[in-house]
Design a binder for this molecule. Structure first.
Ligand code: ATP
Ligand code: MG
Length: 395
């Protein structure tokens, strides 16, 4: 029955000039989200409102599902738009609306009229009273409750008249693209896809870097990361995924450096390479799925040692989360089932039995001098042979 959806978005972020940027980004993200949905849609911006019009048949649940991935949306209201053809016609349209949306009339309601077009001949209060009365007349079972109604019937007099009473919560946040871009270090684990989701929620577009170590990590492990990038891209928009062949660097570190320092040193080279691609792609920061104390490489000392090689800011949206809180979000965004598929990741193969938990930066830097002979060349080759995969929400 609905041919349109009214999109509600947060007002705080859109003061002044930012309004256009915010709305345009929102329109473009809505279009992106609707692309894989069957049917033809038009997204329009009119007088501080965004509407999605369905120009063909469509599946209601599929549209709601797609829109619920668009950051910046606070509420999705399926709306009936009618022409202004006098009050009697409006009464008729409202009764049809109430009857079809609420077949069970054992409910309370309140009319909330808003006259956004001042040349309409009745004031809001009058519309409330008269429409309320006519609804009561038409449906004897229904009751008014002005304080806590089951149904808040909104009737907005605009160019067309908007009739709606249902608001499905959106994901909140800010439209992707309104806050620059960052480079996500994306592994096949649980945490980094969640970190990508969190940063995208604040309006940041993302690219990603994955460190692959064939033959120690399989093609399936790589495919899993592509699948995770696709899940994140439903929220974050298209992601350019950089797949770096990290094997030779890892082996070299393994040969030259103390084994208890492997993870930290390896992590530092990951950061350096990710930063290279970040700068090349106008990213304003790096993003990881780290959280304090989760594993040896995420103690405050380890994070400091990893951080020391970076010149860009490193964002760690999960820094204060417990694992179970991260898992909750992972499940919510439908990443969990993919994340727990049992394919080895490059770190699990080269882990030491007793990794340092309080690395000393000076000591780590001294160990790294043992890499001087070949590391620049290996980094250069790794960067040159990196494969870039463009991942979007469409399969
Ligand atoms: P995740 O679940 O994200 O893999 P984790 O708990 O396994 O995290 P670590 O393996 O210590 O933690 O990795 C910490 C962070 O380093 C990850 O969240 C991710 O951002 C980055 N990272 C680790 N391994 C890789 C990899 N192979 N490719 C890209 N980034 C990686
Ligand atoms: Mg991991």
């Amino acid at each position: 029955m609905y041919k349109s959806f009214l999109i509600k978005y947060g007002e705080i972020a859109i003061k002044g000039k930012n309004r256009y940027l915010f709305e345009d980004a929102l329109v473009s993200q809505i279009n992106y989200a609707l692309k894989p949905v069957d049917g033809e849609f038009k997204v329009r911006k009119v007088q501080g409102r965004i509407y999605v019009d369905a120009l063909s048949e469509y599946d209601y649940d599929e549209v709601i599902e797609a829109l619920s991935h668009v950051f910046g949306i606070v509420g999705i209201c399926p709306v009936v738009l009618v022409e202004d053809e006098g009050f009697e016609k409006l009464v008729e349209d409202v009764l049809v609306y109430m009857d079809s949306v609420y077949p069970n009339k054992n409910i309370t309601f309140k009319v909330n009229a808003r006259r956004a077009r001042k040349n309409y001949p009745m004031e809001s209060m009058e519309i409330n009273a008269k429409l309320g009365e006519r609804i009561l007349d038409a449906f004897p079972e229904i009751r008014v409750d002005v304080h806590k109604p089951d149904v808040m019937l909104c009737v907005e007099i605009r160019e067309k008249i908007n009739i709606y009473s249902i608001e499905i919560p959106g994901p909140g946040g800010m439209p992707v693209g309104t806050n620059g871009k960052a480079m996500l270090l994306l592994s096949g684990g649980i945490d980094s896809p969640v970190a990508g989701y969190m940063i995208a929620k604040r309006g940041v577009a993302i690219d990603a870097t994955y460190f692959h170590a064939p033959p120690y990590t399989s093609e399936r492990a790589k495919q899993k990361v592509v699948d995770l990038a696709r899940i994140v891209s439903k929220y974050a928009g298209p992601i350019n995924l950089h797949v770096v062949n990290f094997t030779d660097i890892q082996l070299y570190i393994y040969e030259q450096c103390p084994h208890e320092e492997l993870t930290i040193i390896m992590r530092r080279y990951m950061m350096k390479i990710a930063e290279h691609f970040a700068s090349e792609n106008n990213c304003l920061g790096l993003v990881t799925g780290e959280s304090i104390g989760q594993v040896a490489s995420q103690t405050m000392q380890s994070l400091a040692a990893t951080n020391a090689v970076c010149t860009l800011p490193v964002y760690r949206p999960l820094i204060g989360f417990d694992k179970n809180e991260i898992i909750d979000i992972s499940e919510k965004i439908d990443a969990y089932e993919t994340s727990i598929q049992p394919f080895e990741d490059c770190c699990t193969i080269f882990v030491a039995k007793h990794p340092v938990t309080k690395p000393n930066l000076k000591v780590i830097e001294r160990s790294e001098t043992k890499l001087e002979e070949k590391i620049d060349e290996l980094m250069k080759v790794a960067i040159e042979t990196t494969e870039v995969i463009r991942v979007t929400a469409e399969e």
